[in-house]
Design a protein around this ligand. Sequence first.
Ligand code: FAD
Length: 492
Amino acid sequence: MGPSRRHDVVVIGGGVVGITLARALSRYQLDIVVLERDAEVGFGVSKANSGIIHSGIHADPKTMKGQLEWPGNEGWLRLRDDLGFGFAQVGELLVALSDGELRTVEHLHDQGERKGVPGLQRWDVDRIRKHQPNLSRDIIAALWAPTAGVINPYEAVLLIADNAAANGVEIATEQPVIAIDPPDPHEPDGPLTVRTPTRTLVTRYVVNAAGLRADEVARMAGVGTFTITGRKGEEYLLDKRLAGLVTSVIFPCPTPTSKGTLVIPTFDGTIMVGPTAEATDDKDDTATTPEGAQAVFAAARRLVPVISQRDVIAEFAGVRAVAEGDDFILGPTARRGFINAAGIQSPGLTAAPAIADHLVEVLRDEGLELRERSDWRRRAEHPVRFSVLSTQEQEELAAQQPDFAKLVCRCELVTKAEVLDAIDRGARTLDGVKFRTRAGMGRCQGGFCTWGCLELLAERRGIPITEVTKRGGASWILRDREDAHAAPTPGS
Ligand SMILES: Cc1cc2nc3c(=O)[nH]c(=O)nc-3n(C[C@H](O)[C@H](O)[C@H](O)COP(=O)(O)OP(=O)(O)OC[C@H]3O[C@@H](n4cnc5c(N)ncnc54)[C@H](O)[C@@H]3O)c2cc1C
């Protein structure tokens, strides 16, 4: 299909970076489109991470990562106030187990203060034990940073996306960008033409927020000046009965390539341990491994000795997008109008609101006129979360709307009304429902609710149940009886 209108900004990639930028731009009088390859936004590394909004002490202030880490933390507080997603400022404790590590603690303390991170304190053993009695007795000191917090990254990205869409941003999923036309020789600084298999978009500016594939997208625009490599991180979620084992994020001293294996009290109250940091050639490799599990649990037990692999209820891996120089690549390129937001590895989630603000200024410097809208909707309507309501509120709601009286997911107490609302807000897949509602995230890991969610997705979207996928593409869950009979038998 040919172009029907000229856009102001096309953002390639609907991860936390692209979506947060689109929402930041939505306050201006602009025509904005986000093109996302996957079936839903946030399905890249933005949902497969530790969910920590870092305190701001970690990254070197000489790097872009370091300059945007602390402002990003502050930006999340503003986003939380606007959009109402969960952000628990649980603080972090960076612990030292040796005299050598004490020097690292001192360095990060000093670095954090120079960056303006408030509330930093050095804790001695007594204070550590009082606040975190389950930590290893080998810990000799710690740095307390109260500004660290935890969020549900997928909940946040989806709510930011909902708000951007409510402010007129077009979020187009299943739209992989496959080409960006070369400049018109008669108009080398003219608009850019972006192509997906089904659409052609003409736009004044493109922001490349394509995560692990930002190098490929830059090459499409003729400015492939960097490569992105993958660095995999495995994470392990433990049974809910361990809730409270630690109440702040516990950090070891960092290694040259990562912040180390952490013990994380997630926003939902479970304990998560991870991540690893292994270079990988396969950017789609999100499998967990026995070696990864062994490394994670050995490292976690150095911090909290009672942690056991027997308590794992779920596991996943995400792949960090690492550029040469180990820093974010943010800014204009030799192709006029083409802006990079690439190499957004950790602390990319934390920094995302500050990256968005930075890119808005880059776009302004590149000539984008930013006129504020008078009708911008800063706040978003938050979906009802039945499980957190009081019994009286639950009864009243169920009496008014019978779909709140029908439980779809027993582990996480998710109702039919919430699943239908998730679909109406844009969930197209089983994972889309899961990440919006938590149906399937509990102890039985979808054993009970998968069928109910599939039926509701099929019914609401008006498609056969066999066409509902787990996460888009060919990730079908059910097969027609006829197909099943026609399919080769196992082992043939
Ligand atoms: C294990 C792990 C733990 C982490 N923990 C933390 C943490 O606790 N705190 C923190 O601050 N950071 C953390 N990070 C880093 C953080 O998750 C990332 O920096 C951040 O999510 C990057 O967001 P993004 O939008 O750049 O990338 P993505 O979320 O990957 O988004 C890029 C999007 O671009 C899309 N795309 C790609 N190619 C195309 C194309 N051709 N056309 C259209 N769309 C395309 C992809 O489908 C994807 O949705 C962690 C990372 C890992 C791997």
